[in-house]
Design a protein around this ligand. Sequence first.
Ligand code: DAH
Length: 334
Amino acid sequence: MALLEEIEPLKQSGLAELKSAPDLAALEHTKGAYLGPNGKFTALMKQLGALSKEERPAAGKLINLAKVELENALGEKRSELELKAALPKEPTDFTLPGRRRPLGKLHPLTQVTEDIVRSFRKIGFVVADGPEIEDEYHCFDALNTPADHPARDSQDTFYTNTPTKQLLRTHTSSVQIRVLEKFKPPVRIVVPGRVYRRDNADATHNPTFHQIEGLYVDKNVTVGDLKGTVEFVFKELMGDDVKVRFRPHYFSYTEPSFEIDFTSPLVKKMGKDWLEIAGCGMVHPQIFENVGYDPEVWTGWAFGFGIERIAMIRYNIGDIRLFYENDVRFLRQF
Ligand code: DAH
């Protein structure tokens, strides 16, 4: 009978000790003292043999129930102490400056694109876009590029082999047509985007590259507006000491047409006088006809810059392929 009476008080003192354990080490020690091979409950079990056959099962059951209760209390206390051990000893001061991991950077082409767009936004332009998979109408026909023009040759342009003849746009000029078809003048847009040509990759060519198209349509627009705008944007982009020059050229969608050359101390340092940077001109009246604008009323200009080319000059990069290799040693520099 004495054994039976010992169980409950022993359990109670065990529970009390477990609950008051100050840390994990003390807890493990208490566990050993009660449930371990030399613990108090193990000792009780050993005494079971001294009981009569009738008393033994009830006593054994009581001991086992007590042990289960102790195990449960132990588990609970252990989680509590582990959580406490994981918490910082001192309260966290959230006003301290953080230790920030570098989160990566924008690609240099993205940076240049964003800078150009930012400059145009200052003077009232908005960003437009259009599909990279185009049809011949928007890429060529509507821009007055005749069917026998070499740009339309499959040697120069990627065509899809779908039943409807489609292609990868060779320039962002296709978006001029898409926007003019959809909106009423006046129009002031820039269109950054990817274009495709069947070039083999070398230091200055790649089968895909990026352009930014500009289009301004309003009444009484002049070449002076075009030149002033181009100058403004290049000064924003490359500094006040840049100079811009227009050279007569031919594009089927502008008349007159120009190539834009650009120079700066940086260009001089590269051993060049002028660098060709873009094409532009006054929107051809036929283009207005093609999209249903009255060419007697509306005037405008357009341009197309190569973004890689601008980035190469700005950062003095000698090989266009570096932009696409995603080598972090290159990308980290911008
Ligand atoms: N689309 C021309 C090219 O890819 C660039 C260009 C020239 C765009 C004259 C224009 C423009 O909008 O007016 O080379």
